[in-house]
Design a protein around this ligand. Structure first.
Ligand code: AMP
Length: 214
């Protein structure tokens, strides 16, 4: 079960990816999380990625492709995985396809979580992320047990720079220009499926499970 999550930033694809990963027992690979972990650990990759992320821009393809290709080649990915936030450009998708072909594998489903732009900015201003472990919450939809505190590790929750309204608008523009073409790309491969991301999280997940058929 090799799954790609597509959708605008804030469409809820990360939340759905985690739920798929838990239910089907396959790794959740989030490039955004990988970059944030690198930023936190002060690595060279983190330093490079941060300059783009803070402006709402995509990190260059060459910094992300090898990282994902190496990850999906690991043993725990043999049964499948759910890619969240990758690919985000046509060259990334082509590089992934080429690498998978070499491994005798291919993408099974590209799940597009559809949410209109007007819902996105309001949604993202409610997002909160843990400064320490990176867990994400939403003040209305997925509130922490104690306001402002991470359930998982007890650290402080913040509004990430890249979730601030000005950055979100930029990220949406980047999404339409660079990532939306992937919808056609995967439609042509007959692997694109769509779900209505405006529904509540459990309903969206039920729709995804019906598609995955297990
Ligand atoms: P996310 O948490 O998936 O929304 O990612 C946060 C930020 O990380 C994005 O706005 C990009 O700057 C960067 N990023 C994550 N994945 C990719 C990717 N596949 N290609 C380029 N940039 C990425």
């Amino acid at each position: 079960m090799k799954i790609i999550m597509l959708g605008a930033p804030g469409a809820g694809k990360g939340t759905q990816a985690k739920m798929i990963s838990d239910k089907y027992g396959i790794p959740h690979i989030s490039t955004g999380d990988i970059f944030r972990a690198n930023i936190k650990n002060g690595t060279e990759l983190g330093k490079k990625a941060k300059t783009y992320m803070d402006q709402g821009l995509l990190v260059p393809d060459e910094l992300v492709v090898d990282l994902v290709v190496d990850r999906v080649a690991q043993d725990d990915c043999a049964k499948g995985y759910v890619l969240d936030g990758f690919p985000r450009t046509i060259p990334q998708a082509e590089a992934l396809d080429a690498a998978l072909e070499k491994m005798g594998s291919k993408v099974g489903y590209a799940i597009n979580v559809e949410v209109p732009d007007e819902n996105i900015v309001t949604r993202m201003s409610g997002r909160r992320a843990c400064v320490s472990c990176g867990a994400t919450y939403h003040i209305v939809h997925i509130p922490p047990k104690t306001e402002g505190i991470c359930d998982r590790c007890g650290a402080k929750l913040i509004l990430r720079d890249d979730d601030k309204p000005e950055t979100v608008k930029k990220r949406l523009a980047v999404y339409h220009e660079q990532t939306q073409p992937l919808i056609d790309y995967y439609t042509k491969q007959n692997v694109l499926v769509e779900v209505d991301g405006t529904k509540d999280m459990e309903e969206v997940f039920a729709a995804i499970c019906r598609i995955l058929g297990e």
